[in-house]
Design a protein. Structure first.
Length: 331
Protein backbone atom coordinates (compact mmCIF):
# COMPACT_ATOMS: atom_id res chain seq x y z
CA UNK A 1 0.00 0.00 0.00
CA UNK A 2 1.21 3.49 -0.87
CA UNK A 3 0.82 6.63 1.19
CA UNK A 4 -2.76 7.95 0.84
CA UNK A 5 -3.35 11.43 -0.61
CA UNK A 6 -4.07 14.40 1.63
CA UNK A 7 -7.12 16.57 1.06
CA UNK A 8 -7.74 20.26 1.70
CA UNK A 9 -11.51 19.73 1.26
CA UNK A 10 -12.58 16.19 2.11
CA UNK A 11 -16.14 16.77 0.92
CA UNK A 12 -14.91 17.77 -2.53
CA UNK A 13 -12.14 15.15 -2.27
CA UNK A 14 -9.67 17.57 -3.84
CA UNK A 15 -6.19 16.22 -3.06
CA UNK A 16 -3.46 18.76 -2.36
CA UNK A 17 -0.71 16.25 -1.53
CA UNK A 18 0.11 12.96 -3.18
CA UNK A 19 3.04 10.66 -2.52
CA UNK A 20 4.99 10.03 -5.73
CA UNK A 21 8.25 8.36 -6.59
CA UNK A 22 10.08 11.10 -8.49
CA UNK A 23 13.28 10.96 -10.48
CA UNK A 24 15.91 13.28 -8.99
CA UNK A 25 16.56 14.57 -12.49
CA UNK A 26 13.05 16.08 -12.49
CA UNK A 27 13.77 18.24 -9.43
CA UNK A 28 14.94 21.81 -10.03
CA UNK A 29 17.67 22.23 -7.41
CA UNK A 30 18.47 25.76 -8.61
CA UNK A 31 15.10 27.20 -7.55
CA UNK A 32 14.96 28.69 -4.04
CA UNK A 33 11.45 30.16 -4.12
CA UNK A 34 10.48 28.46 -0.85
CA UNK A 35 13.82 28.38 0.95
CA UNK A 36 13.83 30.06 4.36
CA UNK A 37 17.55 29.78 4.97
CA UNK A 38 19.85 32.84 4.77
CA UNK A 39 22.61 30.39 3.78
CA UNK A 40 21.66 28.93 0.43
CA UNK A 41 25.17 27.53 0.04
CA UNK A 42 25.21 25.74 3.41
CA UNK A 43 26.24 22.08 3.17
CA UNK A 44 24.04 19.39 4.76
CA UNK A 45 25.27 18.21 8.18
CA UNK A 46 27.39 15.08 8.35
CA UNK A 47 24.81 13.38 10.58
CA UNK A 48 22.26 13.64 7.77
CA UNK A 49 24.64 11.89 5.36
CA UNK A 50 25.15 9.08 7.85
CA UNK A 51 21.42 8.68 8.52
CA UNK A 52 20.41 8.60 4.86
CA UNK A 53 23.28 6.25 4.02
CA UNK A 54 21.99 3.83 6.67
CA UNK A 55 18.24 4.07 6.23
CA UNK A 56 17.42 6.30 3.28
CA UNK A 57 15.06 9.28 3.61
CA UNK A 58 12.66 8.60 6.46
CA UNK A 59 10.69 11.85 6.17
CA UNK A 60 9.52 12.56 2.58
CA UNK A 61 10.53 15.94 1.13
CA UNK A 62 7.80 18.36 0.05
CA UNK A 63 7.85 19.46 -3.60
CA UNK A 64 5.63 21.57 -5.86
CA UNK A 65 4.57 20.31 -9.26
CA UNK A 66 5.31 22.76 -12.10
CA UNK A 67 3.65 23.11 -15.50
CA UNK A 68 6.97 22.17 -17.13
CA UNK A 69 6.80 18.69 -15.66
CA UNK A 70 9.60 19.52 -13.23
CA UNK A 71 9.32 19.90 -9.45
CA UNK A 72 10.58 22.67 -7.18
CA UNK A 73 11.60 21.94 -3.59
CA UNK A 74 9.33 23.36 -0.90
CA UNK A 75 10.95 21.60 2.07
CA UNK A 76 13.64 18.93 2.41
CA UNK A 77 16.29 20.29 0.01
CA UNK A 78 19.21 19.00 2.11
CA UNK A 79 17.69 15.51 2.26
CA UNK A 80 17.44 15.45 -1.52
CA UNK A 81 20.96 16.84 -1.99
CA UNK A 82 22.39 14.13 0.26
CA UNK A 83 20.48 11.40 -1.56
CA UNK A 84 21.73 12.70 -4.91
CA UNK A 85 25.35 12.90 -3.71
CA UNK A 86 25.33 9.34 -2.35
CA UNK A 87 24.45 7.95 -5.79
CA UNK A 88 22.50 5.14 -4.17
CA UNK A 89 19.10 6.09 -5.51
CA UNK A 90 17.93 7.86 -8.65
CA UNK A 91 14.43 8.38 -7.38
CA UNK A 92 12.82 9.54 -4.14
CA UNK A 93 9.33 9.30 -2.70
CA UNK A 94 8.14 12.89 -2.20
CA UNK A 95 4.94 14.56 -1.11
CA UNK A 96 3.85 16.45 -4.20
CA UNK A 97 1.74 19.60 -3.94
CA UNK A 98 -0.76 19.86 -6.75
CA UNK A 99 -0.49 22.73 -9.25
CA UNK A 100 -4.06 23.69 -8.35
CA UNK A 101 -3.12 24.61 -4.78
CA UNK A 102 -3.02 28.41 -4.22
CA UNK A 103 0.44 29.80 -3.45
CA UNK A 104 -0.56 31.00 0.00
CA UNK A 105 -1.56 27.43 0.91
CA UNK A 106 1.83 26.19 -0.29
CA UNK A 107 3.45 28.54 2.20
CA UNK A 108 1.11 27.26 4.89
CA UNK A 109 2.34 23.74 4.19
CA UNK A 110 5.93 24.97 4.15
CA UNK A 111 5.52 26.56 7.58
CA UNK A 112 3.79 23.48 8.99
CA UNK A 113 6.51 21.16 7.70
CA UNK A 114 9.37 23.44 8.81
CA UNK A 115 8.12 23.70 12.38
CA UNK A 116 7.42 20.00 12.89
CA UNK A 117 10.72 19.35 14.65
CA UNK A 118 12.08 22.78 15.59
CA UNK A 119 11.31 26.46 15.92
CA UNK A 120 12.40 28.71 13.09
CA UNK A 121 15.19 31.18 13.80
CA UNK A 122 14.46 34.90 13.90
CA UNK A 123 15.92 35.26 10.41
CA UNK A 124 13.96 32.33 8.98
CA UNK A 125 10.76 33.92 10.29
CA UNK A 126 11.70 37.22 8.64
CA UNK A 127 12.42 35.48 5.32
CA UNK A 128 9.09 33.64 5.49
CA UNK A 129 7.23 36.91 6.14
CA UNK A 130 9.10 38.66 3.34
CA UNK A 131 8.02 35.96 0.88
CA UNK A 132 4.44 35.64 2.10
CA UNK A 133 4.01 39.43 1.97
CA UNK A 134 4.31 39.25 -1.81
CA UNK A 135 1.26 36.99 -2.16
CA UNK A 136 -0.99 37.66 0.86
CA UNK A 137 -2.60 40.77 2.28
CA UNK A 138 -1.41 42.21 5.58
CA UNK A 139 -4.57 41.32 7.51
CA UNK A 140 -4.25 37.65 6.61
CA UNK A 141 -0.55 37.62 7.53
CA UNK A 142 -1.21 39.28 10.90
CA UNK A 143 -4.17 37.12 11.86
CA UNK A 144 -2.97 33.75 10.52
CA UNK A 145 0.79 33.59 10.10
CA UNK A 146 2.17 35.77 12.89
CA UNK A 147 0.61 33.60 15.64
CA UNK A 148 1.93 30.47 13.93
CA UNK A 149 5.40 32.02 14.04
CA UNK A 150 5.05 32.84 17.72
CA UNK A 151 4.85 36.58 17.02
CA UNK A 152 2.31 39.06 18.37
CA UNK A 153 -0.56 39.55 15.86
CA UNK A 154 0.12 43.25 15.29
CA UNK A 155 1.24 45.31 12.33
CA UNK A 156 4.26 46.52 14.33
CA UNK A 157 5.45 42.91 14.80
CA UNK A 158 5.31 42.34 11.05
CA UNK A 159 7.20 45.54 10.28
CA UNK A 160 9.80 44.89 12.95
CA UNK A 161 10.49 41.39 11.64
CA UNK A 162 10.67 42.51 8.00
CA UNK A 163 13.08 45.31 8.95
CA UNK A 164 15.67 42.69 9.86
CA UNK A 165 16.01 41.87 6.17
CA UNK A 166 17.82 45.22 5.77
CA UNK A 167 20.80 43.76 7.62
CA UNK A 168 23.89 42.86 5.61
CA UNK A 169 24.32 39.16 4.83
CA UNK A 170 27.14 38.51 7.37
CA UNK A 171 25.11 40.19 10.13
CA UNK A 172 22.00 38.29 9.09
CA UNK A 173 23.88 34.99 9.26
CA UNK A 174 25.23 35.81 12.71
CA UNK A 175 21.71 36.61 13.91
CA UNK A 176 20.47 33.34 12.37
CA UNK A 177 23.06 31.35 14.35
CA UNK A 178 22.27 33.14 17.60
CA UNK A 179 25.64 34.91 17.78
CA UNK A 180 23.88 38.28 17.81
CA UNK A 181 20.73 38.76 19.88
CA UNK A 182 17.54 39.92 18.21
CA UNK A 183 17.34 42.98 20.48
CA UNK A 184 20.88 44.01 19.55
CA UNK A 185 20.16 43.35 15.87
CA UNK A 186 17.34 45.90 15.99
CA UNK A 187 19.70 48.36 17.69
CA UNK A 188 22.24 47.81 14.91
CA UNK A 189 19.62 48.72 12.31
CA UNK A 190 19.63 52.31 13.61
CA UNK A 191 23.34 52.67 12.81
CA UNK A 192 25.32 53.36 9.67
CA UNK A 193 26.39 50.29 7.70
CA UNK A 194 30.09 50.60 8.60
CA UNK A 195 29.32 50.95 12.32
CA UNK A 196 26.93 48.00 12.16
CA UNK A 197 29.45 45.75 10.42
CA UNK A 198 32.27 46.76 12.79
CA UNK A 199 30.25 46.03 15.93
CA UNK A 200 28.81 42.78 14.54
CA UNK A 201 32.29 41.51 13.69
CA UNK A 202 33.52 42.22 17.23
CA UNK A 203 30.45 40.61 18.82
CA UNK A 204 30.95 37.43 16.79
CA UNK A 205 34.75 37.31 17.21
CA UNK A 206 34.56 37.73 20.99
CA UNK A 207 31.40 35.58 21.38
CA UNK A 208 29.86 38.28 23.53
CA UNK A 209 26.95 37.51 25.85
CA UNK A 210 23.75 39.51 25.48
CA UNK A 211 24.70 41.82 28.36
CA UNK A 212 28.13 42.50 26.89
CA UNK A 213 26.62 43.08 23.44
CA UNK A 214 24.36 45.76 24.92
CA UNK A 215 27.22 47.23 26.95
CA UNK A 216 29.46 47.43 23.88
CA UNK A 217 26.76 49.13 21.80
CA UNK A 218 25.80 51.63 24.49
CA UNK A 219 29.37 52.65 25.32
CA UNK A 220 30.41 52.95 21.68
CA UNK A 221 27.31 54.94 20.80
CA UNK A 222 27.87 57.40 23.65
CA UNK A 223 31.61 57.77 23.01
CA UNK A 224 31.09 58.32 19.28
CA UNK A 225 28.41 60.93 19.95
CA UNK A 226 30.58 62.69 22.52
CA UNK A 227 33.55 62.75 20.14
CA UNK A 228 31.40 63.70 17.14
CA UNK A 229 32.69 60.72 15.18
CA UNK A 230 31.43 57.37 13.93
CA UNK A 231 31.63 54.10 15.84
CA UNK A 232 33.70 52.64 13.04
CA UNK A 233 36.21 55.48 13.34
CA UNK A 234 36.20 55.22 17.14
CA UNK A 235 37.14 51.54 17.05
CA UNK A 236 39.65 52.00 14.22
CA UNK A 237 42.33 52.51 16.84
CA UNK A 238 45.71 50.80 17.17
CA UNK A 239 45.02 49.87 20.79
CA UNK A 240 41.72 48.23 19.82
CA UNK A 241 43.42 46.35 16.98
CA UNK A 242 46.10 45.12 19.38
CA UNK A 243 43.44 43.95 21.85
CA UNK A 244 41.39 42.09 19.24
CA UNK A 245 44.38 40.53 17.47
CA UNK A 246 46.44 39.60 20.52
CA UNK A 247 47.85 36.14 19.70
CA UNK A 248 47.90 34.84 23.27
CA UNK A 249 44.58 36.19 24.59
CA UNK A 250 41.33 34.19 24.50
CA UNK A 251 37.91 35.79 23.80
CA UNK A 252 37.06 36.45 27.49
CA UNK A 253 40.44 38.14 28.02
CA UNK A 254 40.00 40.23 24.88
CA UNK A 255 36.50 41.18 26.00
CA UNK A 256 37.78 42.31 29.40
CA UNK A 257 40.56 44.39 27.83
CA UNK A 258 38.25 45.96 25.26
CA UNK A 259 35.68 46.90 27.90
CA UNK A 260 38.48 48.37 30.04
CA UNK A 261 39.68 50.44 27.08
CA UNK A 262 36.16 51.71 26.47
CA UNK A 263 35.65 52.44 30.17
CA UNK A 264 38.78 54.54 30.27
CA UNK A 265 37.59 56.48 27.26
CA UNK A 266 34.10 56.70 28.69
CA UNK A 267 35.22 57.98 32.11
CA UNK A 268 38.83 59.16 31.77
CA UNK A 269 38.91 60.73 35.26
CA UNK A 270 37.64 57.52 36.78
CA UNK A 271 40.30 55.55 34.93
CA UNK A 272 43.07 57.84 36.14
CA UNK A 273 41.73 57.72 39.71
CA UNK A 274 41.61 53.93 39.56
CA UNK A 275 45.25 53.72 38.51
CA UNK A 276 46.30 56.10 41.31
CA UNK A 277 44.26 54.09 43.82
CA UNK A 278 45.90 50.84 42.68
CA UNK A 279 49.36 52.35 43.21
CA UNK A 280 48.31 53.62 46.64
CA UNK A 281 47.08 50.17 47.74
CA UNK A 282 50.17 48.42 46.37
CA UNK A 283 52.41 50.73 48.40
CA UNK A 284 50.60 49.73 51.63
CA UNK A 285 51.67 46.06 51.28
CA UNK A 286 48.42 44.77 52.78
CA UNK A 287 48.29 41.15 54.01
CA UNK A 288 46.23 38.66 52.03
CA UNK A 289 43.26 38.76 54.37
CA UNK A 290 42.92 42.55 54.11
CA UNK A 291 41.43 44.48 51.18
CA UNK A 292 40.40 48.08 50.52
CA UNK A 293 37.58 49.10 48.16
CA UNK A 294 36.86 52.56 46.80
CA UNK A 295 33.45 53.86 45.71
CA UNK A 296 32.63 52.43 42.23
CA UNK A 297 33.30 55.54 40.16
CA UNK A 298 35.45 57.47 42.65
CA UNK A 299 32.64 59.97 43.20
CA UNK A 300 34.09 60.72 46.66
CA UNK A 301 37.17 59.82 48.73
CA UNK A 302 35.56 57.26 51.04
CA UNK A 303 37.03 53.76 51.26
CA UNK A 304 36.02 50.44 52.83
CA UNK A 305 38.53 48.28 54.70
CA UNK A 306 37.71 44.55 54.74
CA UNK A 307 39.43 41.95 56.93
CA UNK A 308 38.79 38.21 56.70
CA UNK A 309 39.10 36.19 59.94
CA UNK A 310 39.45 32.41 60.08
CA UNK A 311 37.04 32.05 63.01
CA UNK A 312 34.95 33.82 65.64
CA UNK A 313 37.70 33.85 68.28
CA UNK A 314 40.14 35.60 65.94
CA UNK A 315 37.54 38.25 65.19
CA UNK A 316 36.82 38.84 68.89
CA UNK A 317 40.52 39.08 69.74
CA UNK A 318 41.20 41.53 66.90
CA UNK A 319 38.13 43.59 67.71
CA UNK A 320 39.27 44.11 71.32
CA UNK A 321 42.56 45.52 70.02
CA UNK A 322 40.82 47.74 67.43
CA UNK A 323 38.32 49.02 69.96
CA UNK A 324 41.12 49.80 72.45
CA UNK A 325 43.05 51.66 69.74
CA UNK A 326 39.94 53.57 68.68
CA UNK A 327 39.05 54.57 72.23
CA UNK A 328 42.61 55.82 72.94
CA UNK A 329 42.62 57.77 69.67
CA UNK A 330 39.37 59.53 70.61
CA UNK A 331 40.77 60.42 74.07
Amino acid sequence: MGIPPFYCNREAMDPILNAKNISLSQIDFEAFDYSLSPELDAAPPEALYESIARHGILHPPLVRELDSGLYTVVAGRKRLLVLRSLHTERTCICLVISRRVPEVDVFSLLLEESQLTRQLSTVEKAIFLQKITAIADERQIISKFLPLLGLAPHSSSLKQSLKLMDLEEPVLRSLHHGQISETVAHDLLSMAARDRMTLAAIIVALRLSFSNQKKLLNMCRELASRSNTSIGALLDDNEVHDILQHPDANPPQKTKNLMLWLSRRHMPRSGQAKEEFSRFIAAMHLPRNVSVEHTPFFEDDSMTLSITFPNRESLQHAWEKMRYATDNNEN
